[in-house]
Design a protein around this ligand. Structure first.
Ligand code: PAN
Ligand code: ZN
Length: 184
């Protein structure tokens, strides 16, 4: 007789919906993102309750070597001319990397080293992003639909948001039908 076969959680590749496992959802609203967008006046004019992104994480064991799996759904929108984006962070344990997989929508992954060197990767359905150790990361939705990305990261990594208090050195603004990257 066959042993019992465990049915694992599922991700719907087209939407990023996670199912079949314990799920923890965190919604980040505009009100929780002061000082993230360049145009502070436009941020004040926005609806503070507006959801900017949701992160769904599968409940799973934690500890050295254990991995978390989660999906970020970053909604389409702007604050002034600047696109909606995640807060962005270094890992508290700086040596811990992460992998992002684009699922739907279009956008950018902004990566920045501790020395302040920044670069952008294009996020689309199927894109694979290897975030190196010691590298801060932020998603930016440059499209008109929700940008969803699957992430796998060490449970011990943690998040350090404070280290980026001065922000990333690149910013991305709507320009015509596309986007414009500015330094500063
Ligand atoms: C992701 C991010 C998620 C939200 O799961 O935490 O996209 O971004 P912020 O944490 O910057 O608000 C991840 O990178 N985990 O390590
Ligand atoms: Zn991370």
């Amino acid at each position: 007789m066959n042993p019992d076969i465990f049915l694992p959680p599922q991700v719907a590749w087209a939407t990023g919906a996670l199912a079949g496992g314990p799920l923890i959802r965190k919604t980040t609203r505009l009100a929780e993102l002061p000082d993230v967008f360049t145009d502070g006046e436009a941020w004040k004019r926005g609806n503070p309750q507006q959801g900017v992104y949701d992160v769904d994480v599968l409940g799973s064991p934690v500890g050295e070597g254990a991995l978390f799996v989660g999906v970020t759904h970053l909604y389409a929108g702007n604050v002034g001319d600047e696109f909606f984006m995640t807060r962005g962070h270094f890992h508290a344990r700086r040596e811990q990397g992460e992998v992002y997989f684009g699922l739907r929508g279009v956008g950018l992954l902004l990566l920045q080293t501790e020395a302040g060197d920044a670069r952008l990767e294009q996020v689309t359905a199927g894109s694979v992003h290897i975030i190196p150790p010691f590298t801060a990361h932020r998603l930016i939705n440059t499209g008109t639909e929700t940008l969803s990305a699957l992430a796998v990261w060490p449970s011990v990594a943690g998040h350090d948001y404070a280290a980026l208090a001065e922000g990333f050195s690149l910013r991305v603004f709507a320009s015509g039908q596309g986007f414009e990257v500015r330094h500063g």
